[in-house]
Design a protein around this ligand. Structure first.
Ligand code: TXA
Ligand code: MG
Length: 336
């Protein structure tokens, strides 16, 4: 299959909206990461997503909608969910709610809940408006690999496997949306941390929010909360190790610093930010992991943020930990 990349001209947006209506896959830019989109109410179209990504069908998809009105056609909202949507949509927050019968089982892995969000990226909002349909879209990468934050990243994994990619520039946030389970509004649970933080949610929802994701990914998995919490996820192919000390980096190891190191410009040195701002680190994380993965290093060592940093650091550490899940006890000892 030939993959075509589209610039966001009005004619191209109309063409891509039609392709989506007809059941074709389109990779779309969002503010978090790029998504691989299909008509969410068309079972055959959604099956193509799993085939292109090599994703197991037990892993449910997120449905992207224009607004709360469209979301309420697909899910049973409660007042807490309405409050969350009113405050954080459009934006990087996904709500898990009881699904309505129009949502096909392929989207939800036959669960009775559906994950929904209204993305903020202006081009994807235009596409949603033109197509007039909800779009099921997981991240547009091969299953298990690092999520894409540019059209070039999408092509890196899916060139020849999908027909259309809409180029909307770099994703501004850089890590996937926060997923919150609101099926029981008295006990909201964060299934995946993101840039909308637990304390922001607590302030808006006026109820304690539990953080389920994070420490024990495999147990979360066993509890069938969010299969995206698979311990080995978002991983580069080169073995990745976390460390608190990148001094004396061997020359055959790629080193990812949180902050640009002074006066060092060797080809095995990477950094996530110029000033160690959390937003910048999140924005650059996946791109830098990809560059380091392509750098032909024996291993990649990455600096983790201090465990007690709050806010966006929770999501960044979560992704670093999952990307580094291939650590063996032996190699971990070498680093610490
Ligand atoms: O920012 C994002 O959320 C991006 C962009 C494209 O919107 N999407 C994304 O999709 O990260 P994906 O498939 O890579 O992750 C979706 C996550 C998976 O962990 C999946 O298990 C979870 O959402 N999920 C989907 N439906 C669910 C449900 N009914 N209950 C619990 N988790 C669900
Ligand atoms: Mg993903």
């Amino acid at each position: 299959m030939k993959t075509r990349t589209y610039t966001p001209t009005p004619a191209n947006l109309r063409r891509l909206a039609e392709a989506l209506q007809q059941g074709e896959l389109v990779a779309i830019p969002t503010e978090t990461v790029y998504g691989l989109a299909a008509h969410a109410l068309d079972e055959r179209a959604c099956r193509k997503i799993f085939a292109a990504k090599g994703r197991p069908t037990q892993d449910p998809l997120i449905v992207h909608v224009l607004d709360v009105a469209q979301a309420e056609e697909l899910a049973e909202f409660n007042d807490t969910a309405r409050r969350a949507a009113k405050k954080f949509w459009p934006g990087p927050l996904t709500l898990v709610l009881p699904k309505k019968s129009c949502v096909p089982g392929i989207v939800t892995a036959n669960r009775d809940t559906v994950a929904i969000r209204s993305p903020g990226h202006p081009l994807t909002r235009k596409l949603l408006r033109l197509a007039g349909i909800p779009l099921a879209a997981p991240s547009a990468n091969l299953f298990g690999y690092v999520s894409p934050t540019s059209a070039a990243h999408v092509l890196d994994g899916l060139d020849g496997k999908i027909p259309h990619v809409l180029d909307g520039g770099e994703s501004s946030v850089g890590v996937e949306s926060t997923i919150i389970d609101l099926t029981n509004p008295a006990k909201p649970r964060i299934l995946r941390p993101g840039s909308v933080t637990a304390s922001e949610l607590e302030k808006t929802l006026r109820v304690k929010v539990l953080l389920h994701a994070g420490k024990k990914p495999n147990r979360v998995m066993a509890g069938l909360l969010a299969p995206g919490m698979l311990s080995q996820h978002y991983s580069p192919r080169t073995r990745l190790l976390t460390t608190t000390n990148l001094a004396d980096l061997p020359s055959d190891i790629g080193g990812i610093f949180l902050r640009k190191p002074q006066g060092r410009t060797k080809s095995n040195i990477y950094w996530l930010s110029a000033r160690a701002s959390l937003k910048e680190i999140a924005h650059n994380l996946y791109g830098v992991l990809r560059s380091a993965d392509h750098g032909n290093h024996r291993e990649i060592w990455i600096e983790a943020l201090p465990e007690n940093s709050g806010g966006l650091a929770v999501a960044i550490n979560d992704r670093i930990r999952r990307a580094a899940a291939k650590i063996t006890p032996r190699s971990r000892k070498r680093v610490h």
